[in-house]
Design a binder for this molecule. Structure first.
Ligand code: ZN
Length: 214
């Protein structure tokens, strides 16, 4: 806790004054452009990897970046998704998995969950991911992560706020996987049915959101 207290003191003394205008504006209200749904893993820093400022990302995190289908859970996911779309008017929804995800290891039966009954139950919302894992190659873990993001996007689309906003063309949905080893985010390109490294996208044409939205 001591390092957190020191960090807060450093922030309020040295960081806050340098961004005072931004924080004053944000004190009046938020207008994030993106709902980012990602894992609780401590190695993911959404603002750092996207080089965004406070106020830009509305972030929903849980173990395994899971989105229970609408009505299936009494958790906070439904309310957060609804509020992001209806209350804040986000334009993008990103579901972002990551390499070395402990939840995916548990899903694949490669992590001991005997003392984690709540985790086991929670991973039922990713049961379809496991079903989609057809072969067991060396890349099984990362492929599971990639498939899981797509499965969770299907679940996301069962939420009325999401399907309505999609039908009206108000939002776009994207699938990302963040690789700790390289610092790269791989983004699912709908047209080719594959994840591609964002670092390799060069031209504006390569980066066009329509190539990637789901
Ligand atoms: Zn994870």
């Amino acid at each position: 806790m001591r390092n957190l207290i020191d960090g807060i003191q450093d922030f309020s003394k040295n960081v806050f004054p340098n961004k005072k205008k931004l924080f004053q504006e944000l004190a009046e209200g938020q207008k994030p452009h993106t709902l980012l749904i990602t894992c609780s893993d401590s190695r993911i820093d959404p603002n750092l990897i996207t080089q965004t400022e406070p106020g830009e990302l509305f972030v929903l995190r849980n173990a395994g970046n899971i989105v229970p289908p609408y009505g299936a859970s009494k958790g906070g996911e439904e309310a957060s998704i609804e509020f992001a779309i209806e209350g804040l008017g986000v334009k993008n929804i990103v579901v972002c998995g990551h390499s070395k995800c402990g939840a995916m290891a548990a899903l694949l039966g490669k992590a001991d969950t005997s003392q984690l009954p709540a985790t086991k139950l929670w991973l039922d919302y990713a049961a379809a991911t496991k079903k989609r894992m057809t072969n067991t190659s060396a890349d099984e873990h990362i492929r599971c992560t990639e498939e899981n993001v797509l499965v969770q996007i299907q679940n996301l689309k069962t939420h009325p706020a999401v399907s309505l906003a999609l039908a009206k063309g108000k939002i776009q949905i994207f699938a990302w996987v963040y690789h700790f080893e390289s610092g790269n985010v791989h983004m699912y390109q709908n047209k080719i049915g594959k994840y591609v490294p964002v670092a390799d996208l060069k031209t504006d044409q390569d980066k066009h959101p329509d190539l990637f939205c789901l």
